[in-house]
Design a protein around this ligand. Sequence first.
Ligand code: UFG
Length: 339
Amino acid sequence: MKILVTGCCGYIGSHTLVELLNNGYEVVGLDNFSNSKKDVLDKIEKITGKQIVFYECDMLDKDNLRKIFQENKIEMVIDFAAYKAVGESVEKPISYYINNVSSVLMLLDVMKSFGVKNLIFSSSATVYGMAEEVPLKETSFVGGTTNPYGTSKLFVEKILMDLYNSDNDWNICIFRYFNPIGAHSSGLIGENPNGVPANLMPYIVKVAKKELECLNIFGDDYDTVDGTGVRDYIHIMDLALAHILGVKKLCEVKSGLHIYNLGTGKGISVLELVNAFKKVNNVDIPYKIAPRRAGDIAECYASIRKAREELGFIPKRGIDDMCFDAYNYVLKENENEKN
Ligand code: UFG
């Protein structure tokens, strides 16, 4: 099975690539390095002992995309390539819609012309908008997204539904990710965004490294276990493994449109995550309580029953593993930079 992985050097793409290679799949990778680094490919080779066929390519470049399909007998596509910063998407909606929606249309058109109809698409829990019920089920209300990033994911989900309705031969799996954190246990690949991070775990990591002084906890007066926001954090390697299950599912069913939540099904509060991080890594995380962040909700966690029953998805790593591996990655990255 030859699989094209778009955005293969990004955070979720790179970890999934490791699992695909370890599970014996042939992979063709594509990335334009808009939010990733070239050395990720060497690191993946170091972890797996395997090389991939790689193309530096922007998905909006249809001629190049066609070339990849001409040169390789692609049977399935896993599409990770997208911008993902919520705040930035509000500033740059046109870029987000071009990059996250138009590029998928290009990809689908090329796939169709080459008769490739197997697709796994990276969506997000953000499509549930202000989440009216928890745990969120795949059948829960979607819509009411509060930023162009979220709306771009919602639009693509709708496009895929229309596509499937137009031609039932398509075989599509939509994964709605909750909050992936952590890193590969080698410490070679992980997430370490440039600048001040917008998300909780990368921020905690920078405070632990004393690159940032103090964590701002956005609100302690929510109706939750300790007043801080509750989310469904999932270890990146459990998320990566889910893609193997997705590939197997598509091979088995041959056609259909399947939607799955990918989280752990357990809500963790900001304070619980901070305390776990402190304990596991034996570091201090100074914090102060700040006002609520606009657009945040009190609780967001998944029902993963459908993924468990239909894919056999059982996340194995707990919050301590997530905290350990997230910090291990940045410590190793520092060591590597020094050497
Ligand atoms: N938080 C803080 N301080 C920070 C950063 C975050 O207290 O410096 C809190 C937030 O208020 C929230 C929790 O930590 O309660 C998690 O926040 P994140 O920004 O890490 O994650 P979100 O749940 O807000 O959003 C993430 C991704 C989205 C994705 C969504 C899916 O950023 O792209 O998960 O549920 F859509």
